[in-house]
Ligand binder design. Structure first.
Ligand SMILES: [Zn+2]
Length: 144
């Protein structure tokens, strides 16, 4: 499993936990930079399809969502576990009851959930996932 922070391709598992019968969450530590991140192994039963900005379609992947939440929350003191945030976002996405969602749907739901957890994480996530390499975007976000 490649480190999401430095790209080094070896890590050790420091903790494993079964979430449901079909899912395992693993806490990993990079052997190079020693930062920690969470990965998920899930049996592929999820039919939800995500359409991205280039109109490419791909199956919804919890791992991918977890990666972005890991990144957004890395520098933040969290009172909740990353996997709880991820599963909350996932649950809200499933609740949309759509076979097909867009990356914009994911970003919107993720921002709502992150907002309850940490404004900082929310801002990091926002800058990662939207066009806001200028102050206008950030100002719009703050005024939301
Ligand atoms: Zn690393």
């Amino acid at each position: 499993m490649k480190c999401i922070f430095c790209g080094y391709n070896d890590s050790k598992v420091v903790d494993s936990r079964y979430l449901k019968d079909t899912s395992i969450r693993r806490r990993r530590e990079c052997l190079m930079c020693h930062k920690r991140f969470t990965t998920y192994e899930t049996v592929e039963t999820n039919p939800m399809v995500v359409t991205n900005v280039d109109n490419m379609r791909e199956p919804f992947k919890t791992e991918k969502l977890a990666e972005s939440i890991n990144y957004a929350t890395y520098c933040v003191d969290l009172s909740v576990e990353v996997e709880d945030i991820v599963s909350k976002i996932e649950t809200k996405l499933f609740a949309l009851q759509k076979q097909e969602i867009t990356t914009a749907d994911i970003v919107k739901v993720a921002l709502d959930v992150l907002m309850e957890v940490s404004a900082m994480a929310c801002l990091v996530y926002y800058t990662q996932h939207t066009d806001c390499d200028n102050f206008d975007g950030i100002r719009r976000f703050i005024n939301r």
